[in-house]
Design a protein around this ligand. Structure first.
Ligand SMILES: [Zn+2]
Length: 474
């Protein structure tokens, strides 16, 4: 029997991992095992602890990994899988391979930084605190990446083939179309950049698909994005903060989102809408990330390309600084005058943003500005939802800074946009499984699709196995 098993992003939005087991005479009783995505859990603790558990299928028993895109909630567990003995290929589109080449080592580096900090502060219950994987382990994993172009079909085994189609989420993001199953990974904004002003990549998700089984994300299944230009409010928030002598801390995904935001900041400075204050992009790969952003500009929306044409490379802008070393990062803490700090990770669950929040959250003069999705149970979500205090590196930190969010920068389609995309399908899937959504979002989207399209929709449960090519599930 062939089946799909949901090993992550089921009941939550992170930790995407879906196992396809195709019954195969050639592989004996265990079948041919393909993992679609291999992401980190980043949400509530009960999910994050699963990062430390072995998957139900040992790493060595997995035959192939297919990666939809580079975001860590889809790719961030790959170094651990390889460290635990996975020896096969990791298939992804060329831009995804490029992005992983900086994101995964960065992730390993930051986990080492965090573990070292915990050990210095003795703030972890574990002695010594260990990184989930190291920079070196992440680098080693890169050797197993194998680029596969959009649209090209490839046979993984006699029973299973894979083909990537565009999903318009971030650079290189793809739907993995495997056999008769379509795994959406994350689905990008459907409409143009007029309606989605924060949108970065040019295309919409590929239309006219006809899968038998659809496994789709549901992050914004119960929400609608605002369609107005984020800049006026962004400028107002920054002006107000500077006026009261505060600084602005922006948790942001390190590639693409951060760069687009930097371009908008620069344009606001050039047009005199915000004062010229120092801007720090603080990430071990801040410089690499800018290079990647500029390299793939052909993939971007007209609005984004225009910004790049008009303003050139951020390396030449006055008052913009790119901190790559720990020493440079620490120096930002000394800045007593208003400044803007953009740092990752975007949900404040790891990385250098934690140090900046520790430093700046207690002062009511400062502003914490969210420009990305904050999953349930993350520190980012707690702060965004108005928590009075949060725990960072074992310390209780009071939240007195102003907190604001700009939703326009989302790279995920909202409920209406997902529905617009589904309406382009050439036939109704036999069954649709919703993953990558919090329970409320998935339930709302399930209802919407059932009512508007009459499709059979189920919400995937963690560890659930569903039979492929048959209507029953166990
Ligand atoms: Zn994503």
């Amino acid at each position: 029997m062939s089946y799909i098993q949901f090993l992550g992003a089921a009941g939550t939005v992170t930790g995407s991992k879906h196992l396809i087991n195709t019954d195969s005479g050639t592989r004996g009783a265990s079948g041919f095992q393909t993992l679609i995505d291999c992401g980190l859990f980043q949400g509530p603790k009960q999910w994050r602890l699963k990062n430390w558990q072995d998957p139900p299928v040992p790493a060595r028993a997995i035959d192939a990994v297919v990666l939809t895109h580079a975001h860590l909630d889809h790719s961030g567990w790959i170094p651990r899988l390889v460290a635990e003995g996975y020896r096969g290929q990791i298939y992804a589109t060329p831009p995804t391979v490029d992005l992983c080449a900086i994101l995964l080592p960065d992730s390993g580096y930051l986990q080492e930084e965090d573990a070292a900090f915990h050990n210095k502060q003795k703030s972890s219950k574990h002695d010594p605190a260990l990184p989930l994987y190291t920079l070196e382990q992440a680098r080693n994993a890169l050797a197993q990446f194998s680029p596969l172009d959009f649209g090209k079909a490839m046979q993984l085994s006699p029973e299973i083939g894979v083909r990537f189609v565009r999903s318009a989420h971030i650079l290189g993001a793809a739907n993995g179309s495997t056999r008769v199953c379509l795994f959406t990974g994350d689905v990008g904004r459907v409409r143009d950049s007029e309606a989605a002003p924060g949108k970065i990549v040019h295309s919409g998700p590929t239309e006219g698909e006809s899968p038998d089984v659809l496994v789709m994300e549901s992050t914004y299944g119960n929400r609608a994005h605002p369609h107005d230009d984020p800049r006026p409010r962004m400028a107002q928030l920054i002006r107000d903060t500077v006026q009261r002598g505060g600084s602005i801390v922006v948790p942001s995904f390190a590639v693409e989102r951060t760069q687009k935001f930097l371009f908008l900041l620069h344009s606001l400075m050039e047009s005199g809408q915000i004062p010229r204050i120092p801007v720090y992009a603080d990430s071990p790969m801040a410089i690499e990330a800018v290079k990647i952003f500029l390299k793939h500009s052909e993939e971007f929306t007209d609005a984004t390309r225009q910004l790049i044409q008009q303003y050139g490379s951020p390396f030449h802008w006055p008052s913009f600084h790119f901190a790559t070393t720990v020493a440079e990062s620490k120096k930002i803490n000394d800045s007593r005058y208003p400044c803007i700090i953009v740092s990752s990770n975007g949900m404040a669950m790891g990385g250098r943003i934690q140090h900046h929040l520790l430093q700046r959250l207690p002062d009511p003069k400062n502003l914490v500005l969210f420009i990305g999705f904050q999953a349930e149970g993350t520190r980012g979500r707690q702060i965004k939802d108005g928590a009075k205090e949060v725990k960072i590196f074992g310390q209780i930190v009071p939240v007195r800074a102003q907190v604001a969010a700009l939703e326009q920068f989302s790279d995920h389609a909202d409920a209406a946009e997902l529905l617009t995309w589904l309406k382009t399908f050439r036939k109704m899937p036999e069954v649709t499984y919703l993953v990558h959504g919090e329970p409320d979002a998935a339930a709302a989207l399930q209802q919407l699709i059932q009512q508007q399209l009459g499709w059979r929709v189920e919400i995937a449960k963690y560890m659930q196995q569903v039979e492929l090519g048959s209507r029953s599930s166990k």
